[in-house]
Design a binder for this molecule. Structure first.
Ligand SMILES: Cc1ncc(COP(=O)(O)O)c(C=O)c1O
Length: 342
């Protein structure tokens, strides 16, 4: 992770920036985010009324859901799904409507989405780049989404925590690029994910001002304020665009390095277009179910992975594991040396 960013946090801690900052987040950080959004997506976002800094992306997601959901509302969630989505919907008394992404390319079946929409559909949850599959949404996906929600009151929650971790020159299709979609959306981001400091738990939500006003009512009596010195530091760090522009290339190099090493093993890769995850099939190695195989890999070989079935509520076993390649080359070397013995 960036030594410069660590030095900035140290600087601001020593300079006494250790007390609560404004509930909405540090003004200069919100301004820096609005500037970044304008630069990347050519959208004018008001830093006073449309951005709130949160203790992580998952907190932003939970707060957005709590802001709009009532008991009995239906929320469309695509499986495999990040583990907080279903419990976050259910804790609000709402009903997850689960739609499986197509296998093995993990695309949204928009015909199926049309079928599953009802008068109770309150929200559609999206995640691109996608955890655990590394799939990304395309322009065509955004156009399908637009047609489906047009003339409905359906909200969108767009989880874009892997915003800059996208490969092969593909552009990230942020909801922020589409004003017609943004007007019904909460868009959630994570500094932890993009700057490789997940333990700092700092993120933000961007939403139209009327939604943000309600979002802040939930936030006010939950975390209320987010980590101060990190906000000062990241506000400075964002001033240099290179600090986020280089991220796709940086993470793609890790993906390519890992994939190259893995060619020596019996695991077979699926495609990863973004995030820092890569799915591998172990069909050529074992018939064990994903969970048992993942546990054995951890215990007997010292390599921790996540069975993809853990991201489904629906029973499913495609003999796939999720590997994380956001590691030092020496760690990747060591892991693959162990996997060669499997
Ligand atoms: C898709 C997705 N959304 C949200 C989060 C949570 O982000 P944060 O650590 O900033 O809360 C994660 C973390 O793994 C994730 O994979």
């Amino acid at each position: 992770m960036s030594e410069e960013l660590i030095a900035l946090v140290n600087h601001y801690m020593k300079a006494g920036c250790n007390q609560y900052v404004h509930m909405n987040g540090l003004q200069k950080l919100r301004e820096a985010i609005a500037e970044k959004i304008f630069y990347l997506y050519q959208q004018k976002i008001n830093p006073d009324t449309e951005i709130t800094i949160t203790p992580g992306g998952s907190y932003a997601i939970y707060t957005a859901l709590t802001t709009v959901l009532n008991p009995g509302d239906e929320v469309i969630i695509f499986e495999p799904a990040y583990d907080s989505y279903i419990p976050n919907v259910e804790i609000n008394g709402a009903i997850p409507v689960l739609i499986q992404l197509t296998y093995p390319d993990y695309k949204i079946d928009w015909k199926e989405v049309r079928k599953r929409i009802s008068h109770k559909t309150k929200m559609i949850m999206l995640n691109s780049p996608h955890n655990p599959t590394g799939a990304v949404l395309s322009k065509e996906d955004m156009s399908q989404l637009q047609q489906i929600v047009n003339e409905t009151n359906i909200f969108i929650l767009s989880d874009e925590v892997y915003e800059h971790l996208i490969f092969d020159g593909t552009e990230h299709e942020s909801i922020l690029k589409y004003p017609d979609l943004f007007k019904r959306s909460f868009v959630c981001f994570s500094f932890g994910k993009v700057f490789h400091c997940t333990g700092w738990k700092l993120g933000y939500c961007v939403a139209p001002s009327a939604f943000m006003k309600e979002f802040r009512k939930v936030h006010q009596f939950d975390a209320f304020s987010s980590n101060s010195p990190m906000q000062f530091a990241i506000a400075d760090f964002l001033k240099d665009k290179e600090n986020y522009i280089h991220l796709p290339k940086f993470m793609q190099q890790k993906r390519d390095y890992f994939q190259q090493l893995m060619q020596q093993t019996k695991f077979t890769p699926l495609t990863s277009h973004g995030s820092y995850f890569q799915l591998y099939s172990y069909k050529n190695i074992s018939d064990e179910n994903e969970k048992d195989f993942a546990i054995r890999l951890t215990k007997d070989f010292g390599v921790a992975t996540i069975p993809v079935s853990a991201f489904y509520k629906t029973e499913r076993d495609d003999k796939l594991l999720r590997f994380c390649f956001a590691k030092k080359e020496s760690t990747l070397n060591d892991a693959v040396n162990r996997l060669l013995k499997v």
